[in-house]
Write a protein that binds this ligand. Sequence first.
Ligand SMILES: Nc1nc2c(ncn2[C@@H]2O[C@H](COP(=O)(O)OP(=O)(O)OP(=O)(O)O)[C@@H](O)[C@H]2O)c(=O)[nH]1
Length: 350
Amino acid sequence: MKPILQHLVEMTGHRDHLRLEVSVLSTLQKLSSIKEVRALELFNDHGAAFLRPRTWVQDGQLVSTDSEAAADPRRVPLEQYPELAECVSQHGDSALANPRRGQHILWLPVWMQDKVSTCLEITQSRPFSAHKLDVLKGVFLVYQNYQSLLDYSERDALTGLFNRKTFDEQFARNAANTGVSSQPQNAQSMISEEVLAENAPVQNWLAVVDIDHFKQVNDRFGHLYGDEVLILIANILRTSFRSHDRIFRFGGEEFVVLLRNTTLAKAHQVFNRFRETVQKYDFPQVGRVTVSLGFVSTTRGSPVEILGQADQALYYAKEHGRNQVCYYDDLIARGLLQTAKVANDDVELF
Ligand SMILES: Nc1nc2c(ncn2[C@@H]2O[C@H](COP(=O)(O)OP(=O)(O)OP(=O)(O)O)[C@@H](O)[C@H]2O)c(=O)[nH]1
């Protein structure tokens, strides 16, 4: 077995949350007497707390899923793990399960900014000694500190959304995996029966969102109120999309949303619902604010082209009344936009 320090060095060499998770699990798995290690994802669905395995061992290999948590058939209510539920509600740093059928389980919730969405689970067939607990918790704390550093570097300081650098990295990495699929795993429960009946293709979508006349907000109320509008719109974005969709602050008053595994009809619906929520929101002092949005499927073209097309649709929305959602392909089909090859120097992406 490699010395533990060497594992820690390998672990902290990763710049990606999922790889880091796999790496900590494989480090823990190699410690003596460990029977099984899993990373559990903790999430809420309609007000109830659930967990599901996100990274686990299958055929001797660690495998991970990043599918939508709420649609995962492996999910179980958190209350089925009372010791863990109690630990999370008390903001605790570890919990031991009452031994069942000779299994001893240790849970280590990963706290980040007072929130927990991940928990490591370590199982062995004998009780954990005090020394073993010290070693496990030591490795875990290095992992948790490093996750939180990584998270900090990926986020925009004002809104807490992912920043543009993260978009560039994630979109470049995922662009190759975003092909059209009529029945991807876990997507069924998100599609209405009418859409299934039409066999509408399920795709990923990229939207660029821009606040309308934001300069006037700054000019009339000052930058502090402008900043507050940005924070509140970021909060509305967070609550308008699902946990496995991705939201980025792209710069200034512009945001990007990556909507995953859904139909065109549903994409129209959720983008419009978000727009209407903003329109109805009473922003302190400022009053009403609206947003415009352009979107496109991520299945065709390079990341630069996809972003350029969503931008074109956004600018059409801006020039034709604002406070609306425009779909690039629809504008092209109606002759309202020309397909334009986006030059690499038009959009700075990578
Ligand atoms: N308060 C605040 N303002 C910002 C920030 N980043 C960019 N801005 C402001 O956002 C405004 C963007 O204005 P414009 O690009 O002219 O667009 P707009 O007024 O929103 O008009 P349209 O997009 O055409 O509807 C500028 O006044 C910037 O100073 C920020 O972090 N905080």
